[in-house]
Design a protein around this ligand. Structure first.
Ligand code: DX5
Ligand code: ZN
Length: 221
C-alpha cells in the first residue's frame, strides 16, 4: 500500500448537525478546522430518507467560506444540477445509478463551472467509474449504504478504496478520494492507509463535545 503523504481533508457532514441551527453549525465546523462542508441531499426515492434541496444550500452559503461538497442522493439528478450550482455548491457528486448517462452528467457539472464527483455504493464496483476518470475531480466510496447517518463502517470497502487509489495514481490526475459513512477516530486510519485523502464524517464530529478535537482526531487517524 502506498498511502498519500499529504494532510487529509476533513469534510463534516451536516446531516448529523442541529437542523434548527444549520448556519451556526456550518460556521462552527469551519472555525474548528474543517476543510470542506459535506451536504447530503436525499429525495426519499433514490434513498429511503429526505433531507433538503437547493434552497437550504443557498441559505447556508453566506454562513461559511468552506467549499460546499454536495452529495446528491437523488434520481434523476440531471434536472437539478443547475439549481444546486446556482445555490452555491462547489462540488456536485452523483451516483452512477441515478441516471443512464453518467458521462453526460459529469460534463454538465463541469459546464456549470463546478467540480464533479462520482459516488460508489458498497455494492457498486470500481469499474463503474473507470471509464470516466478523465471527468472526475472526486471519487467517493460509500462505507455505509447511503440514506442515513450513524451507521457502522463497512470494512469490505477498504479494498475498493485501495484499488481506486491505484487507478487514480496510474491516471496521473489529481482526483480526491473520499470515504463516506461510519468514519470514526477508530477507523479513520484504515481508510487513510487504504488510500483515501478526504474523510467525510457526521456523527463523529457533530455528536462530539469538541468539534476541533474531533476533526483533529480524524485527521491524524
Ligand atoms: C450517508 C451520507 C453520509 C452521512 C455520514 O448517506 O452520505 O455523508 O452523513 O454520516 P456518519 O458519519 O454519521 O456515518
Ligand atoms: Zn454523504
Amino acid at each position: 500500500m502506498n498511502p498519500p503523504t499529504t494532510r487529509p481533508l476533513i469534510a463534516p457532514s451536516l446531516l448529523a448537525a442541529d437542523f434548527a441551527r444549520l448556519g451556526a453549525e456550518a460556521a462552527a465546523v469551519e472555525a474548528a478546522g474543517a476543510d470542506w462542508l459535506h451536504l447530503d441531499v436525499m429525495d426519499g426515492h433514490f434513498v429511503p430518507n429526505i433531507t433538503f434541496g437547493p434552497l437550504v444550500v443557498k441559505a447556508l452559503r453566506p454562513h461559511t467560506a468552506l467549499p460546499l461538497d454536495v452529495h446528491l442522493m437523488i434520481a434523476p439528478a440531471d434536472p437539478y444540477l443547475a439549481a444546486f450550482a446556482q445555490a452555491g455548491a462547489d462540488h456536485l457528486s452523483v451516483h452512477p445509478e441515478s441516471g443512464p448517462h453518467l458521462h453526460r452528467t459529469l460534463q454538465q457539472i463541469h459546464a456549470l463551472g463546478k467540480k464533479a464527483g462520482v459516488v460508489l455504493n458498497p455494492a457498486t464496483p470500481v469499474e463503474a467509474v473507470a471509464t470516466v476518470l478523465d471527468l472526475c475531480d472526486i471519487i467517493m466510496v460509500m462505507t455505509v449504504n447511503p440514506g442515513f447517518g450513524g451507521q457502522s463502517f463497512i470494512r469490505s470497502q477498504l479494498g475498493k478504496i485501495a484499488r481506486l487509489r491505484t487507478m487514480i495514481d496510474a491516471s496521473g490526475r489529481d482526483i480526491v478520494l473520499q470515504a463516506d459513512g461510519g468514519i470514526t477516530s477508530g477507523n479513520a486510519r484504515l481508510a487513510l492507509d487504504a488510500g483515501a485523502n478526504c474523510l467525510i464524517a457526521g456523527t463523529a464530529i457533530f455528536q462530539a463535545p469538541d468539534y476541533a478535537q474531533a476533526i483533529a482526531d480524524l485527521r491524524t487517524g
